[in-house]
Design a protein around this ligand. Structure first.
Ligand code: ASP
Length: 330
């Protein structure tokens, strides 16, 4: 059998970053290097796949927008519908990679692999990690075992489901982890090996379709802290938010004054989801009053992923029970 065809979608990030010196690993310009240069820097790719690509954006992923997510999802669907394309690798900044990955996990309807990768050191650094990450991502994208596993994040020799991946470290190369569930697999000496598969609904089975969607509903994330009096709940409600993700304490606990403001927001038709500022664990039923107000638990989704799911859910429904169910399925 001939080599598989992998399409690269470049969006910028540190993997395409240019710094002033070989020793600089901060203070560089993210997204400065184009897709052609990125691919040319890793000639080893040719041994494993026929690779070509296009530039979707050239940004530092801290500036990621839902407009780019919508564009990416549509482009992925177009490309993957072509018989002669076997998979996609998306190069992306690490700051919002987990959100983009989860968005695509919910909106791209294909069993063909979609793999996100990036780098923690700019392309100009000594021991840049981008080239190896790109090579590993392409090796995963051509692996038969990667099919039907949803969108994957491949960095530093680990394969993590986009649903569970979290950027856990500000600067370490080994930053993407799945604190609760663990990795899906590993890339050892260039060889991808899978040990598990995601069970939460994704890609081909997903009910979310963004064809024709021009923008996503406004959903805010509010972060719990001592002295929180709900001031920001009022501000975001007045600002027109359709949903609020409250990154509560521990098991999604909410300070009393905030709870009252959130209950008021629900009465105004805003959907309130309880997530957590803790780095791992599910948000389960806690106070009876939370259920009475109609707050929804985020299950195991961190605030930024709970936000993605709520934005998509709100395109289809504002029914609290339906949305609650969506958090159990995805
Ligand atoms: N700020 C960069 C970005 O997300 C960080 C990185 O790529 O690692 O684009």
């Amino acid at each position: 059998m001939g080599k598989k065809n992998i399409y690269i979608l470049a969006t910028g990030g540190t993997i395409a970053g240019r710094a002033a010196s070989e020793t600089a690993t901060t203070g560089y310009q993210a997204g400065a290097i184009g897709v052609a240069e990125l691919l040319a820097a890793v000639p080893e790719l040719k041994a494993f796949a026929n690779v070509r690509g296009e530039q979707i954006a050239a940004i530092d992923s801290k500036d990621m927008t839902s407009a780019i997510w919508l564009q990416l999802a549509k482009r992925c669907e177009e490309i993957l519908s072509q018989d002669d394309i076997d998979g996609i690798v998306i190069t992306h900044g690490t700051d919002t990679m987990e959100e983009t990955g989860y968005f695509l996990n919910l909106t791209v309807h294909s069993d063909k692999p979609v793999v996100l990768t990036g780098a923690m050191r700019p392309a100009t650094a000594v021991s840049a990690d981008g080239p190896m990450n790109l090579l590993q991502a392409v090796r995963v994208a051509v692996a038969d075992d990667a099919q039907g596993k949803g969108v994957l994040i491949v960095m530093n020799g680990t394969i993590v489901s986009a649903r569970e991946a979290v950027k856990t470290h500000t600067t370490s190369l080994d930053t993407f982890k799945s604190p609760e569930i663990g990795d899906l697999g590993t890339v050892q000496d260039g060889e991808p090996v899978f040990y598990r598969q995601p069970l939460r609904r994704h890609t081909r089975e997903s009910q979310f379709d963004v064809k024709g969607v021009q923008e996503l509903p406004r959903v805010s994330i509010l972060y719990a802290h001592a002295d929180d009096d709900g001031f920001l709940v009022r501000a975001t409600a007045e600002g027109g938010a359709k949903g609020i993700i409250y990154a509560g304490m521990g098991n999604g606990s909410i300070p009393e004054r905030v709870e009252q403001e959130l209950a008021q927001a629900v009465k105004q038709g805003i959907i309130v989801v309880r997530s957590t500022r803790s780095s791992a664990g599910r948000v389960t039923r806690a106070e009876a009053s939370y259920e009475e107000h109609g707050f929804i638990g985020s299950d195991m989704l961190n605030p930024q992923k709970a936000r993605v799911l709520l934005q998509l859910a709100l395109l289809q429904t504002t029914d609290k029970e339906e949305i609650c169910n969506i958090y159990h399925i995805y």
